[in-house]
Design a protein around this ligand. Sequence first.
Ligand code: A2P
Length: 276
Amino acid sequence: EIRSFDLINKTQIPSLGLGTWQSEPGLVGQAVTAAVKIGLALKKLFEDGVVAREDLWITSKLWCNNHAPEDVPIALEKTLNDLQIEHLDLYLIHWPVRTKKGTAGFKPENLLKTDIPATWKAMEALFDIGKTRGLGVSNFSSKKLGDLLKVARIPPVVNQVECHPSWHQTKLREFCKSNGVHLSGYSPLGSPGTKWLKSNVLEHPILTSVADKLGKTPAQVAIRWGLQMGHSVLPKSTNEARIKENFAARLVRGDFLVNDIYGEYKTVEVLWDGEI
Ligand code: A2P
């Protein structure tokens, strides 16, 4: 079973994450809570010993209005403070786009020219002092990723981009692979809840017919497609039943069916006769 992928900086990114884009602020806490199975948010989870910080992978992103090198540490600190944690596992540049400090949205007059090398240097300084265990980018083309790889002292380990059965990212995936950059897929379901994006990924006839055949939901097939392509995937949901459904897209290997002493199978490999 693909539980995680090795990154070149020797950390392991989970194969399946929980997306949060466009969640109502209150609902994100509920979703995290649902995902880790208790009724309180991160700090309480740690305090109560329900889950340890090292058992969670937490990725966050630097928003476009904080690209100025002096703003980068402030932005990360705010994130750490919001989440009540000491460090991130991964910090990404959200878009290769820069906007004026303090502005929201993408009004044309707020757009500025980027200086990715300068922004990256500020991110590297945060890596150096342990505020994040890894650095990466999001929404970077092969060209932009290649430019960054040329100047980075700490190389980006992940490029998180939209990726699903209707947008394969073939070229970028190959570029990432040959440069040791892991590709994470966001909107793996095609963001069906986003009104301004026309999305019918989950209604695609191939997906629905595979789902019917396997007795799975179209969402589960879309998630498995990503995993089997070798991506980590980040389906967003604030609904506990759908979070469970999405995490059930992984293989059931049957670890609970094997035993050293009892029964027929000592290992999962034997159970599957070496075919997994
Ligand atoms: P909800 O949060 O109410 O579950 P993406 O990850 O591609 O951006 O898609 C997120 C959207 O898909 C959200 O609107 C989410 O709604 C919905 N969604 C999440 N999981 C499923 C699922 N298993 N089946 C159908 N829709 C889902």
